[in-house]
Design a protein around this ligand. Structure first.
Ligand SMILES: Nc1ncnc2c1ncn2[C@@H]1O[C@H](COP(=O)(O)OP(=O)(O)OP(=O)(O)O)[C@@H](O)[C@H]1O
Ligand SMILES: [Mg+2]
Length: 376
């Protein structure tokens, strides 16, 4: 058995606890939780795209509630005006012939921002948004580009921007280094938990200060890449290029930092190939087919445990959905398939999700047996 060293970094411990608490409250959102915490540590903006009511806001609000610091939240519509994002023009300023905005409580003064329905932003807002998100500077109107305190912007949307979208919107889309599609709950057990839990709001027992986030960021930034991991990333990029997926140079470079942050959160002291799992959410441009290609190539080359666990759980769900418990032979066949999936899981190590998945499978197997006994 692999010895697990106790984590002596108190900030990393805090992140680990928040991760567990978020994952416990949110159903089937482990990957999204990891992604948003990774974004926080990597200081790269993150975007979740999914159908209404898929817990995007619940997760993003919970994480931003956990982080201290000033926060700005807005729901954009095509009628949103710049005032809502960067503040109103100062009337006193105007009287003195100066066109400046009062940015109090708005995006230019926020440490953290949540932009809901981010692609609805009108072009009047887009340019300012781009500058703040990318260069982290804002000119209030007096010609002085001031640095903004923004550490992280989280975005949500019900759909990906359309392929023939304008240049500015594509540029905004590209500012989100981490981007993930959120799916509705898949498993039967998850659906039951959704229906019969009164309140899904995560309750976090800690809070993290901006200084602690910075500390985590510095610690993550100093993690070395192992030779194997470097080779794997280079191989992934080559393979993706062959398949026509060629994320830009900035995106490739930023991925290096994102993977470091993910490894840090996983408790590692160096980046290993399996940490490339998170790069599936960075290394593509077109949301239509490329995310699947990125995931396949990374799974093939870096073989991350987390991705194999996800895949085995999807298989298990398919077996469960197809099993007819009233037919004994059918139920026995399903049970055998589940046992085989469990055997494969038992061979995986180095990821906390393996245990969770095995416990889930054991529970499902028990329920399957009970149901088929009851049926006869
Ligand atoms: N995976 C889930 N885990 C826990 N609760 C969930 C989950 N999916 C949906 N819910 C429930 O549905 C509610 C709606 O979620 P939320 O408002 O966060 O959705 P959303 O993705 O932000 O939707 P929209 O796109 O309409 O803004 C949650 O408050 C929660 O009660
Ligand atoms: Mg929402």
């Amino acid at each position: 058995m692999k010895l697990v060293r106790p984590d002596t970094d108190p900030v990393r411990e805090k992140f680990a606890l928040a991760r567990r608490e978020l994952s416990a409250a949110l159903i089937e959102r482990d990957d999204e939780v990891d992604l948003v915490l990774t974004a926080l540590v990597a200081a790269e903006h993150v975007l979740l795209v999914g159908p209404p009511g898929s817990a995007k806001s619940l997760l993003l609000d919970a994480v931003l509630g956990w982080t201290g610091g000033t926060r700005f939240t807005t729901l954009l519509t095509k009628f949103s005006v710049p005032e809502e994002v960067v503040g109103p023009v100062s009337l006193t300023g105007l009287k003195e012939d100066r066109y400046v905005r009062i940015t109090t409580g708005k995006l230019p003064e926020a440490d953290y921002a949540f932009l809901d329905e981010v692609f609805k932003a009108s072009s009047a807002i887009l340019n300012t948004l781009l500058k703040i998100l990318n260069e982290r500077v804002y000119d209030a109107g007096d010609g002085v580009a001031r640095k903004v305190p923004l550490r992280l912007c989280v975005g949500a949307s019900n759909e990906w921007p359309s392929p023939d979208t304008g240049k500015e919107l594509s540029a905004l889309f590209d500012r989100f280094v981490l981007r993930k599609a959120v799916s509705p709950i898949r498993s039967q057990a998850g659906r039951q938990k959704l229906l019969w839990t009164r309140d899904h709001t995560p309750r976090l027992s800690t809070a993290v200060t901006p200084a602690e986030v910075d500390q985590a960021r510095r610690a993550a930034a100093s993690l070395p890449w192992s030779g194997d991991a470097k080779e794997a990333l280079e191989a992934v990029l080559k393979e993706l290029a062959k398949e026509g997926v060629q994320p830009g140079d900035r995106r490739q470079f930023k991925t290096v930092g994102v993977v470091r942050a993910f490894a840090f959160l996983g408790g590692a002291d160096e980046v290993r190939p399996e940490h490339l799992e998170v790069a599936q959410h960075c290394l593509w441009d077109d949301p239509q087919e490329q995310p699947q290609k990125a995931a396949q190539v990374i799974a093939r080359i870096a073989n991350p445990t987390g991705m194999r666990v996800t895949q085995l759980l999807v298989e298990a769900e398919a077996v469960l959905a197809a099993a007819d418990v009233r037919n004994l032979a059918d139920a026995a066949k399903a049970a055998a398939k589940l046992a085989e999936i469990d055997r494969q899981l038992s061979g995986l190590t180095g990821n906390g999700r393996v245990e969770k998945a095995r416990a889930y499978l054991k529970d499902q197997l028990r329920k399957l047996k009970l149901a088929s006994i009851e049926a006869v």
